[in-house]
Design a protein around this ligand. Structure first.
Ligand SMILES: [Fe+2]
Ligand SMILES: [Fe+2]
Length: 377
């Protein structure tokens, strides 16, 4: 039989609930004593106070019953056959069903000598035998009040934690959605530019991945490596503003047409400028400066060396690798090895030497990306 029913004979007005057998609003006390007379006496007295009382005749019985009735308070005899009160208290403290319960130990031994050990074992209080009923009742009330206060705090903490985690989840979802939306827009904007210049095939995809593996080889932070991959997809977004007769001309461009084509850097920056979003700010910088040369002979602003933003210097190398290894209407592609020979030849002239060295370190990854996103032929 469930211990919640077993000992029920409570006073009028304190009925067991139909579902659980536990008295509605009553606090639960578990009495643990190997002496049946003491058990009965304590049970009768506490029931008169309308507590929901259960009892156990040994330490083992106590551990079992504590699991069943999750007591608010345990009156625990110290000396019993089998496991003693100290061990029972330690095990009760380790069990989630009784961890929060108040424990009052009762002993016939010298209280002063036992107190430290009892407290260390997890007891909240220690009473001596023979039991003074008035004192016991006062201690029981006090222990149960403290337990109720702890329960209330714990409850408030749980409610607060649940609310914080609910709001955090909602915030995370909103952030995830807005981040996903931003990335989607970035991807589509890059595709829009690529769509106009269809001879480059998967150029945007390869350049952004080359830039990322070069950034990794330069020991840039994980966040920067991710940023350059995403931002570099927009490096040629300004091609949207280049007229078709220049952008799609099959042959070599005249000097005037070249000047028009070079405007894609400035147009790209204009499309992306003025944003507070770091991804778009970085993309704007890359779009404007990815054709600058290390020696100052690039365009549109002839910046020199480290005046060229680092991400743009990386994309410049990534872009050149792909341009050289992709076929164009007016020239054949070169192999990756030949492209790297050219990169090294132009190191310190067109390209940042550190970026060229990083690209060499990342050559295996670049080859794998090239294979995965084959140039359109
Ligand atoms: Fe470009
Ligand atoms: Fe490009």
């Amino acid at each position: 039989m469930d211990c919640r029913y077993q000992f029920w004979s409570g006073p009028k007005g304190s009925r067991p609930s139909a579902e659980t057998g536990r008295k509605v609003n009553a606090q639960t006390v578990l009495i643990v004593d190997d002496d049946s007379m003491t058990r009965q006496m304590l049970t009768d007295m506490l029931r008169l106070q309308s507590y929901d009382v259960h009892s156990a005749e040994s330490g083992e019985d106590a551990l079992r019953k504590a699991k069943e009735c999750s007591p608010d308070l345990i009156l625990l005899d110290l000396i019993m056959p089998g496991i003693d009160g100290y061990e029972v208290a330690s095990q009760l403290r380790a069990d989630p069903a009784s961890r929060q319960a108040a424990i009052i130990m009762i002993t016939g031994r010298d209280v002063t000598r036992e107190k430290t050990r009892a407290l260390e074992a997890g007891a909240d209080d220690l009473l001596s035998k023979p039991i003074c009923m008035a004192e016991l009742l006062a201690r029981v009330r006090m222990a149960l009040n403290s337990k109720a206060y702890r329960d209330r705090l714990e409850n408030e903490r749980s409610v607060l934690e649940a609310e914080v985690s609910r709001q955090t989840a909602a915030l995370r979802l909103a952030l995830d959605e807005s981040a996903a939306a931003a990335l989607e827009i970035v991807r589509r904007l890059a595709l829009a530019a690529e769509f106009r210049d269809d001879s480059t095939g998967a150029h945007v995809e390869r350049v952004s991945r080359y830039a990322q593996v070069i950034a990794v080889a330069m020991d840039l932070s994980k966040e920067d490596c991710r940023l350059i991959r995403l931002a570099s997809t927009m490096h040629d977004v300004g091609k949207i503003g280049v007229p078709d007769d220049v952008l799609k001309k099959p042959g070599k461009l005249t000097p005037q047409e070249t000047a028009v084509m070079q405007q894609h850097t400035v147009i790209g920056e204009r499309i992306l400028q003025g944003s507070n979003v770091s991804l778009v700010k970085t993309a704007s910088e890359i779009a404007l400066y990815h054709h600058e040369w290390w020696n100052g002979k690039g365009y549109p602003h002839q910046l020199i060396g480290e005046n060229i933003p680092r991400f743009a210097r990386i994309v410049s190398v990534a872009d050149a690798i792909d341009a050289m290894t992709s076929s164009r209407p007016y020239r054949q592609p070169v192999s990756l090895n030949e492209a790297f020979i050219e990169l090294e030849a132009m190191s310190g002239q067109q390209f940042d030497p550190d970026v060229v060295l990083a690209a060499i370190r990342a050559k295996k990854d670049i080859a794998a990306i090239q294979l995965e996103f084959r140039p359109a032929t």
